[in-house]
Design a protein around this ligand. Structure first.
Ligand SMILES: Nc1nc2c(ncn2[C@@H]2O[C@H](COP(=O)(O)OP(=O)(O)OP(=O)(O)O)[C@@H](O)[C@H]2O)c(=O)[nH]1
Ligand SMILES: [Mg+2]
Length: 312
């Protein structure tokens, strides 16, 4: 098997898309072959600009990824696109009207699109996503765009993994900007007010500006207004992405940034492995079910049960 993986990775590194595709399947399934491939690919990665886009459902992330992808291609950059989403950015109903322009992307050999299923991954999605991004990076893509649904842990993990995190907001979506301001400032490198053709885009942009001002950070988080469906503001967004990339490439910032990414990846994987082991061991011997039943019946508290699972 080791020789097979060597050969597969070798072909991937010469630009073979089929080899890339097969490697990604192994990485996503977290197989021994996938892990071995990653150990070969990791030293070859670190060149791509990875951009995570997150935001609430329906905020226009997929439309924005499509518009960004076209603009980046226009500038001659090669692309990987990862959609952590049950729906592919190019099959979503919203984009049917945009099909012809989308086909231009999907038939473009310099664009590689991968959708990842969100179901059934106990330890969260981020560890496998990081591997997929590493492979696209080692394959030689200039930019890797990752679309993720803005919900909880995955969002934070994906933000930690990307070089640049874009938080997509929309006017009048009921997103309570005040309530999430701490969360936004923690993960956003670029804020996007999308659907700025709708009423109240100004209001949202002003609310965001006051949050950014209050944060007093060393680098001011830019607020970019876009209308992804109308292809507006996309050049400004690309410029903001480039500016952030230049910022994290400065010697003072780069080392800290790379370490923080690496730390997140290592911890996310360690968490996943530990959890997998504990669950696998106690699922077989029935102990997990026993403890769960005890907690449900109030004979045991969940802290003690969790402690028992780990210790036994
Ligand atoms: N008015 C307006 N509508 C937009 C704009 N961009 C996207 N939309 C619409 O918003 C809806 C959702 O767009 P998507 O791109 O699928 O949003 P998403 O964030 O990827 O959605 P999920 O992946 O399902 O969370 C679609 O009906 C789009 O046509 C915009 O700039 N203006
Ligand atoms: Mg989407």
């Amino acid at each position: 098997m080791a020789a097979d993986v060597d050969a597969l990775v070798e072909r991937l590194l010469t630009g073979n898309r089929r080899a890339l595709s097969r490697t990604l399947t192994q990485i996503e399934a977290d197989t021994p072959a996938g892990r071995q491939a990653l150990s070969l690919l990791h030293p070859r990665s670190g060149r791509a600009h990875t951009v995570g886009l997150t935001g609430s459902a329906g905020s226009g992330k997929s439309t924005l990824v499509g518009a960004l992808a076209r603009e980046l291609r226009r500038r001659g950059r090669t692309l990987g696109i990862v959609a952590i989403d049950p729906t592919s950015p190019f099959s979503h109903g919203a984009l049917l009207g945009d099909r012809i322009r989308m086909q231009e992307l999907t038939s473009d050999r310099d664009v590689f699109l991968r959708s990842m299923a969100t179901r059934g991954n106990l330890g969260g999605l981020a560890p496998m996503t990081a591997g997929v991004v590493t492979a696209l990076d080692a394959f030689g893509k200039d930019v890797v765009l990752v679309e993720t649904v803005g919900a909880g842990q995955d969002e934070v993990e994906v933000a930690a993994m990307a070089d640049t995190t874009v938080v997509v907001l929309t006017p009048g979506s009921g997103d309570d900007v005040q309530a999430m301001k701490a969360g936004i400032m923690e993960i956003a490198d670029v804020l996007v007010v999308n659907k700025s053709d709708l009423p109240n885009a100004d209001l949202l942009a002003r609310q965001l500006a006051s949050i950014v001002d209050a944060a007093h950070s060393e680098r001011r988080t830019p607020i970019i207004r876009t209308a992804s469906a109308l292809n507006e503001g996309i050049e400004e967004l690309v410029e903001a992405l480039d500016e952030h990339r230049a910022y994290i490439s400065t010697p003072q910032v780069q080392e800290a940034h790379r370490r923080s990414q690496a730390r997140h990846q290592v911890l996310a994987l360690a968490r996943q492995r530990l959890l997998d082991r504990v669950v696998a061991a106690h699922r077989e011997d029935g102990r997990l079910d026993e403890l769960v039943a005890d907690v449900a019946a109030r004979r045991l508290d969940p802290h003690t049960a969790a402690e028992a699972l780990i210790r036994e």
